[in-house]
Design a protein around this ligand. Structure first.
Ligand SMILES: Nc1ncnc2c1ncn2[C@@H]1O[C@H](COP(=O)(O)OP(=O)(O)OP(=O)(O)O)[C@@H](O)[C@H]1O
Ligand SMILES: [Mg+2]
Length: 244
């Protein structure tokens, strides 16, 4: 469904993503993992059209992303950026409804969808009138998710949706996201640093290093057939410091 065709991105002399070929399957969850600065967010930004590739192209359902095709394609995507994407001066409800109001969707439809989203993301209705600063980190991430899901996107892009949450909240949110993805049957592309998150959520995992794909496949394939020593180093690093 989403194809990167030799898509690369440079900023001046710095290479954020070397020319890359990648297919992201429909109705599945693909997880991008890798070290900091390896190009994960760059891939999401390219797919969302926030930035344009320096080389190659991005295709969504066989349609190339261009300035002309972007607005229509973008409307079918939900995107949660890496951190703090809620408007601080708007309540949770206003944040979630921003685009729907702009598109002048009928108010009964909006109200029904809001109910549905609270149930889906397990956010208590009472919190909808809170401003982002009056919500916990986990609650804020749920509101961001609700906003991304408001227009029933075909594609959901999530950049570290659980970054900086405590392990208990994180574990709960992973479980909720897993059942959410199963129910939605959407194409999901999720970025994380966390192997447990990748293993639990990813049907397909893509490991990046310095702007290149090192290996991709199922979680089991990574442990059974590591493509290069870096794969083992990356996996081992996550377990370092845990007393045996
Ligand atoms: N607008 C920009 N201008 C210059 N360099 C950039 C820009 N955006 C990204 N980069 C560089 O491109 C590289 C890849 O960045 P990217 O944000 O994709 O990394 P990442 O894998 O998401 O890292 P993290 O896990 O820390 O979020 C980094 O070295 C970064 O400094
Ligand atoms: Mg990033």
């Amino acid at each position: 469904m989403i194809h990167l065709r030799h898509a690369g991105k440079t900023f001046g002399n710095a290479v954020a993503l070397h020319p890359t070929d990648l297919e992201i399957p429909s109705h599945k969850t693909t997880v991008l993992i890798g070290t900091s600065g390896s190009g994960k967010s760059t891939i999401l930004r390219l797919i969302s059209g926030l930035i344009e590739p320096t080389t190659g192209s991005v295709e969504i359902n066989g349609e190339k992303l261009t300035r002309q095709t972007l607005p229509e394609i973008r409307r079918r995507m939900g995107y949660v950026i890496q951190s703090g994407d809620l408007f601080p001066h708007l309540t949770a409800r206003q944040n979630v409804l921003l685009v729907a109001k702009e598109l002048r969707l009928p108010s009964h439809e909006i109200a029904a969808r809001l109910e549905e989203l609270c149930a889906l993301t397990k956010l208590s209705n009472d919190l909808l009138d809170h401003y982002p600063l009056e919500l916990s980190g986990g609650e804020q991430r749920r509101v961001s998710l609700m906003r991304a899901l408001m227009l029933k996107p075909d594609i959901l892009l999530l950049d570290e949706p659980m970054g900086a949450l405590d392990p208990m909240v994180r574990a709960g949110l992973i479980t909720d996201l897993k059942s959410l993805f199963e129910r939605l049957n959407t194409t999901v592309l999720l970025v994380t640093h966390d192997l447990v998150e990748a293993a639990r959520l990813g049907d397909h995992i893509v490991l990046l290093k310095s702007g290149r794909i090192v290996q991709q496949g199922s979680f089991a394939e990574f442990s059974l057939y590591p493509a290069e020593p870096f794969v083992c180093q990356f996996f081992d690093a996550q377990l370092e410091g845990v007393p045996s």
